[in-house]
Design a protein around this ligand. Sequence first.
Ligand code: SAH
Length: 247
Amino acid sequence: MEPIKKVLITRDGKRYYIRNEKEDCHTQYGMVKKSEITSAKDGDMLTSNTGKELFLYTPSFKDFYSRIKRGAQIIPLKDIGAIIAETGIGKDSRILDAGAGSGALSCFLAHLAKEVVTYEIREDFISIVKSNIELLGLKNIKVVQKDIYQGIDETELDAITLDVPEPWLVLPHAASALKAGGFLVSYSPSITQTADFVNAVLESPHFSHIKTFEIIEREWEIKGRKVRPETAAIGHSGFISIARKLQ
Ligand code: SAH
């Protein structure tokens, strides 16, 4: 599929992606002519044939990210934000992630970090991750077909992020792959997996348990005096545990 070249956004935030500027853009509010699109620059207001106002801009990471393919259940943004904030992952960080799944977390981390390696056992998911990497134009991320329970090849890592069914099996490998002070993050949908992981961390001489938490996001609807929580909210996603490598 052609990459997204431009975006049209309405005042109420509906977005339409333009892949081919040489074709008319059809929206639920009618059509915007190709001649208007090709002669417009970012910030220009275009009007559809039904009179709806749409504004043009060049897509950013977040526009591409909202189009990623999903195979496995992805980690939602509220949890990605918390993982980044708790670990301080940034432009100098080297990160190992597993399992890649759809690559949502690993791609978001690669957008911010120096380099990311992500392990995945399933070939069908590996091809989804690769197409998401291409969509996002990321050059600093590598997908490896590998079972993380068998070991980690990388060393001196700043952080390891886990989204696998038995994260406690990774502890001995994480101990040798992380830098002293490096972060081990585990994300699990179920509290029993979380407790098994944290209890293994507590028993390990190599790690300190920093915290375990979940993020509950409640979106609000605001229109005039109608100010209230949205009716449909994200229910539960997962628990996040953060540990640090001691030695
Ligand atoms: N965090 C991902 C979703 C991961 S879903 C995202 O945000 O998109 C969990 C993935 O872990 C699945 O794709 C599964 O195939 C993979 N997996 C399970 N066990 C694994 C293991 N031992 N090593 C590597 N990957 C594993």
